[in-house]
Design a protein around this ligand. Structure first.
Ligand code: F6R
Ligand code: MG
Length: 368
C-alpha cells in the first residue's frame, strides 16, 4: 500500500505593513487559528515573504481539490478581516473574486501543488520569491535539472544521467510543450530565455522505475493576465523534491548562488537581482525590494512536515547577497531608463499606458 500525499503551497498578499513590506504577525496568527481548526489536513506550516502569506499544506485530497482550495481561500479571508481592522495596506488585494468558486486558480492567489508517493525518505524544498514573476524560476530550474556545471549528479549519478523532462507553458497563448533534456536543451532555451512569456511549469523524471514522477512544480499564474491590469506582481512559489536520483538539496539551492536578473521590483516595472535570503531577511525595503527568494526545506513523515530548515540563512549565501546588493545599486543608477525599467511591452499592465494616453495629443507627424 503506497503512502500518497499532496503538498499544496498556496500564497496571497492580503495586506502589508508598512506599505508592501511585511505581513503583520496578527495575520499569520489568524491563518494558524483557521488551519488548526480543520481536519482536512495532515499538516501545515504558515510563513511569509515580504507581505505575502504562504500556506504550506499536506493532505490526502489530491491536486485541484476544491475543499483544500476553499480552506486556503477562507484562511486568506480570515487574514483579510484582520488586515482591514488594522487598516493595513492593500487589504484583501490578491482575493480578486467576491466569493470562492471551486478552484483557487485564476482567483488571485498563487499555487503550486503536487501529489506524490512519499518515498522512504522524502526531502523537498519550497522556494518562495517576492517582487518578481513566475519566469524567475526558469534559470534556476534549468540549472538544477539540466546544467552539469550546477548539478554534479547529472554527470555522476546513473539515476540522473539520462536527464529530465521539462513542461513549459506559453502564458500568452495558453499552450504547453514538453522538452526532453539534455537532447532538447537548445530548443528549450529558445523559449525559457524569454521568461516573461514562457515559464517552466514542472519537471519530471525521465527513465527507470520512477519515470514520469514529478520532481518540481512551480506556480505559473500571472495576476496581470488574470485581471487584465496591474494588480501586484505574481510572486511565484515552487516545490522541488530532492536526493536519491533527484538534485541533492545542495544542488537545488546552488542554483540561487548567482543572483540573476528578474522582472518585478518597484511597481512590478523594473529588472533587479533575485537575492537569496533567510526568513529574517525576507523584508524587502529598498525601492520596494530588491526581489528576493526564500527557501524552506522539509522532510515528510507520513505526510507530516518535519522542519523547516531555513536554507538561505546559511553564511555560504552571503557572497550572493553582497553581489545582489551591488547589482541593485548599479541598476538603480539607471533610474527610469531601460534596461532597469522593463521594456515597453512589459509595461502594458502597469499604470504607464495611462500616462502615455494623456500625452497622445502632443504628438505631431514628422514631415521631412
Ligand atoms: C510591486 C509592489 C509595489 C507597489 C508600489 C506602489 O509589486 O507591490 O512596488 O507597486 O509600492 O504601490 P501603490 O500603487 O499601491 O502606491
Ligand atoms: Mg505583495
Amino acid at each position: 500500500m503506497g503512502d500518497r500525499v499532496t503538498i499544496s503551497v498556496i500564497k496571497a498578499d492580503v495586506g502589508g505593513l508598512v506599505g508592501h513590506t511585511i505581513v503583520h504577525p496578527r495575520l499569520l496568527e489568524r491563518c494558524h487559528e483557521h488551519l488548526a481548526g480543520t481536519d482536512l489536513l495532515v499538516d501545515y506550516h504558515v510563513t511569509a515573504v515580504g507581505d505575502d502569506i504562504n500556506l504550506i499544506l499536506t493532505h490526502r485530497h489530491g491536486t485541484d481539490s476544491s475543499e483544500i482550495h476553499q480552506l486556503a481561500w477562507e484562511t486568506f479571508e480570515a487574514a483579510t478581516e484582520e488586515a482591514k481592522a488594522l487598516k493595513l495596506y492593500g487589504a484583501g488585494q490578491d482575493l480578486l473574486a467576491d466569493a470562492f468558486s471551486g478552484n483557487i486558480k485564476g482567483m488571485g492567489p498563487g499555487i503550486a501543488e503536487m501529489e506524490i508517493e512519499e518515498r522512504g525518505r522524502e526531502p523537498f524544498i519550497v522556494f518562495m520569491a517576492y517582487k518578481t514573476e513566475p519566469g524567475a524560476w526558469n534559470l534556476p530550474l534549468y540549472k538544477m535539472f539540466a546544467d552539469p556545471f550546477n548539478t554534479a549528479g547529472l554527470v555522476i549519478d546513473p539515476n540522473m544521467h539520462d536527464g529530465f523532462i521539462f513542461e513549459v507553458h506559453d502564458l500568452q497563448e495558453a499552450k504547453k510543450v514538453r522538452f526532453s533534456c539534455p537532447e532538447d536543451i537548445y530548443d528549450m532555451l529558445v523559449f525559457i530565455g524569454a521568461p516573461a512569456r514562457y515559464v517552466i511549469h514542472s519537471v519530471y523524471r525521465k527513465d527507470g522505475d520512477d519515470a514520469g514522477d514529478i520532481a518540481a512544480q512551480a506556480s505559473t499564474q500571472r495576476l496581470s493576465l488574470i485581471a487584465g491590469r496591474y494588480v501586484g506582481k505574481d510572486d511565484p512559489v515552487m516545490i522541488v523534491r530532492c536526493q536519491s536520483g533527484l538534485p541533492a538539496v545542495g544542488e537545488a539551492v546552488e542554483a540561487f548562488a548567482f543572483p540573476h536578473l528578474v522582472g518585478g521590483w518597484m511597481r512590478g516595472s523594473h529588472n533587479g537581482p533575485l537575492m537569496p535570503v533567510g526568513r529574517a531577511d525576507a523584508t524587502p525595503t529598498r525601492f520596494d525590494g530588491p526581489p528576493r527568494v526564500m527557501a524552506l526545506g522539509f522532510q515528510l513523515a507520513h505526510g507530516k512536515l518535519v522542519g523547516p530548515q531555513d536554507m538561505f540563512a546559511d553564511v555560504s549565501f552571503d557572497p550572493a547577497r553582497e553581489e545582489a546588493n551591488r547589482i541593485a545599486g548599479y541598476l538603480r543608477r539607471m533610474g527610469p531608463f531601460e534596461p532597469h525599467r522593463l521594456p515597453l511591452d512589459e509595461m502594458e499592465y502597469t499604470t504607464l499606458p495611462q500616462v502615455v494616453e494623456r500625452l497622445r495629443d502632443r504628438f505631431e507627424p514628422i514631415e521631412d
